[in-house]
Design a protein around this ligand. Structure first.
Ligand code: OAD
Length: 248
C-alpha cells in the first residue's frame, strides 16, 4: 500500500542521541528534579525562580545540540513525500525545526509542537507568545501587559496540550501512524495510536525498547532512532512493510 496521509508522533527518544536527556529514566527524575517541583503551574506559583532556572538550563542547552540523523531523515522524507505529512512532536526542543529549515518541505507538511517550545515565552496575563532565547527571571516583565510576566511556553502537567483540533483532524484521516521515541506514558499523546487505528491507519512504533503501549501497534521496530528511523522511512519509498517485531 502506498501511503498518502501520514502522522508521525515524536518524543524525547528522537533527541536522545543529540544529547538532550529523556524524561523518564530509572531514577524517575528529570535532570535531578521531581516533576512536581518544576513542571506544574503550582510549582511556578510556589517557586518561580526554581522553575525558570530549570527551563533556563534546558534553553541554554539548545545552543550545544544539533539535529541527528533521525531528525534529518524525517526532514528529507518531508521534502520528497507527495502526500500529507503531519509531524506532531511532544518535544520542546527545536531540533525538528532546525532539520526542516535545512530542506524545503513539500506543501502537505505541517509541524506541530503539542507541548510548547523552549525557545518561546508566554505572557501570563495575555497568553501572547514571543520568540525567546535568553534566560527568564523569576518575575520577568512582560512586554504585552503590566499585569503579567513571562513564563516558559511549555505545557505543564494539568494544562491542555496545544493544537489538539489540528492533531485530531490529522489522526482521523491518516492511513499511517508512526510513533518515534516516546514511552507512551503521557496522555493524550499515548492515545493517538488508538485514534489512528480507529481511523483505519496502519500503526508502527519505532523506539529503543517496547513502550508501554507497544502491543497496540501493528508493527514495532526497536533500536536507536538514528538507525531505525532513516531505514524505516526509506522502506516507505519502496513500499516495504516491516516485520511485526524487528530489531535493528
Ligand atoms: P520519555 O522520557 O517518557 O520516553 C522516551 C522514550 O524514548 C523511552 O521509551 C525510551 O526507551 C526511548 N528512547 C531513549 N533513547 C532512544 C533512542 N536513542 N532511540 C529511540 N528511542 C529512544 O519521553 P516522552 O515519551 O517524550 O511533557 O515523554 C512525554 C512527555 O512527558 C514529554 O513531552 C514531557 C513529559 O511530561 C511535557 O513537557 C509537557
Amino acid at each position: 500500500m502506498r501511503h498518502r496521509d501520514i502522522v508521525i508522533l515524536t518524543g524525547a527518544g528522537i533527541s536522545a542521541e543529540s544529547g538532550v536527556p529523556t524524561f523518564r529514566s530509572d531514577d524517575g527524575l528529570w535532570l535531578g528534579h521531581r516533576v512536581e517541583e518544576v513542571a506544574t503551574p503550582e510549582a511556578f506559583a510556589r517557586d518561580p525562580a526554581k522553575v525558570q532556572d530549570f527551563y533556563n538550563q534546558r534553553r541554554r542547552q539548545m545552543a550545544e545540540v544539533q539535529p541527528n540523523a533521525a531528525h534529518r531523515a524525517i526532514a528529507d522524507f518531508a521534502a520528497r513525500f507527495g502526500g500529507r505529512l503531519t509531524l506532531v512532536t511532544q518535544n520542546v526542543d527545536d531540533l525538528h525545526d532546525r532539520a526542516h529549515a535545512e530542506t524545503t518541505p513539500a506543501p502537505g507538511f505541517e509541524l506541530i509542537h503539542m507541548h510548547g517550545e523552549l525557545l518561546k515565552a508566554e505572557c501570563t496575563a495575555t497568553d501572547r507568545v514571543l520568540d525567546w532565547t535568553e534566560d527568564l527571571d523569576a518575575y520577568h516583565d512582560s512586554p504585552f501587559s503590566p499585569d503579567g510576566w513571562l513564563r516558559p511556553h511549555i505545557v505543564w502537567f494539568g494544562e491542555f496540550p496545544l493544537h489538539m483540533d489540528r492533531i485530531e483532524r490529522a489522526l482521523s484521516s491518516c492511513d499511517l501512524f508512526v510513533s518515534i521515541g516516546t514511552s507512551g506514558e503521557v496522555y493524550p499523546a499515548a492515545g493517538f495510536v488508538r485514534r489512528a487505528h480507529m481511523a483505519g491507519a496502519r500503526t508502527v512504533e519505532l523506539n529503543l525498547e517496547p513502550s508501554l503501549g507497544a502491543s497496540l501497534f501493528d508493527a514495532c521496530i526497536h533500536g536507536p532512532a538514528t538507525e531505525i528511523v532513516p531505514a524505516f522511512l526509506n522502506s516507505l519509498d519502496t513500499n516495504a512493510w516491516p516485520n511485526a517485531d524487528s530489531r535493528a
